[in-house]
Design a protein around this ligand. Structure first.
Ligand code: ZN
Length: 296
């Protein structure tokens, strides 16, 4: 099963809904970054949220970035999703190890710590839209729900789940976001709230192998749910050799000269996808010449 996000509405447009399966995307992130289970869960939940939120964007130029900066040992979590369904992301410390919170429960909150969640929507306009709120549980889903309510004034319910196999690979990942649109009735909000509470754990639901279609039908069937669109999502980075080479050039003349004098090729890796790029001494010399020419 490949990954996708469904977006739909229910209760005559009073509810906007997203549901996603992201197992392959999160497994690709784990494989590239070599994340431990708790880091896989933290990154996977954040990437799943970004994939759902970005499904209304258009093309590769419109992007949505989620950054979570907490006091915990995992450090900063960064994910970017665009309007084509490409999602990339990384955590500062992918090797963080923590005891389980309960049998089978990874301690994402402990890994993340206390801090801030920031969301940037770049729609190709002059100024990107940036909002941020403090973390309330550091489990990511509740923090995102709080962000929507406090920063965007959209009461929301969010669930994100990542389950990891014994060999640390990703078993399954996915989630949902339900949002009450402006003008939604209190009655609908209360009914949906009850539904969310009785639904219980998203991880358990995913483990039972349900698809996003079933999730939306189970949760919103009684509210006359309709799917608006389906977007395929995947782990994909937009880094190129040129881009990494300009990052290397940006360290400046002095540092580049030192590297050249050391006489060894250098390996640079992309933060987002961990792809490795090698630059020979000759190539670094070309970069230095380019810097000189730019100065003239
Ligand atoms: Zn990359």
């Amino acid at each position: 099963m490949s990954d996708y996000v469904l977006r739909g509405t229910a209760a005559d447009g009073q509810i906007l809904a997203f549901a996603a399966v992201t197992s392959d995307m999160v497994e690709e992130a784990r494989r590239r970054h070599g994340t431990t289970p708790v880091a896989t869960a933290a990154l996977g939940r954040t990437m799943t949220a970004a994939a759902m939120m970005a499904c209304q964007l258009k093309g590769a130029k419109e992007t949505l970035t989620i950054q979570i900066e907490g006091s915990g040992p995992i450090g900063k979590i960064t994910t970017i999703a665009d309007g084509t369904g490409a999602v990339r992301g990384y955590v500062k410390e992918p090797k963080v190890e923590l005891p389980l919170k309960a049998p089978g429960k990874l301690d994402v909150a402990e890994a993340v710590g206390i801090g801030v969640m920031s969301i940037t929507k770049d729609l190709g306009l002059r100024e990107p839209y940036v909002g941020s709120t403090h973390l309330i549980s550091s489990e990511i889903a509740e923090d995102l729900a709080y962000y929507f309510t406090a920063s965007e004034q959209i009461p929301s319910a969010v669930a994100l789940g990542v389950l990891v196999n014994k060999d640390q690979s990703v078993w399954t990942a996915g989630g949902y976001i339900f949002q009450m649109m402006p003008g939604a009735s209190d009655e609908i909000a209360e009914k949906l709230q009850n539904k969310v509470v009785s639904f219980g754990s998203i991880s358990k639901y995913l483990a039972e192998g349900h698809a996003p279609e079933e999730l939306l039908e189970d949760m919103l069937g009684e509210f006359d749910y309709h799917t608006l669109d389906k977007v395929d999502v995947r782990f994909e980075c937009n880094c190129t050799r040129e881009r990494v080479s300009s990052a290397l050039m940006s360290i400046g003349e002095k540092d580049l000269t030192e590297l050249i004098e050391e006489g060894e090729s250098i390996e640079m890796s992309c933060h987002f996808c961990n792809e490795k790029y090698n630059f020979s001494v000759a190539e670094m010399q070309e970069m230095l010449e380019k810097i000189h020419q730019q100065k003239k």
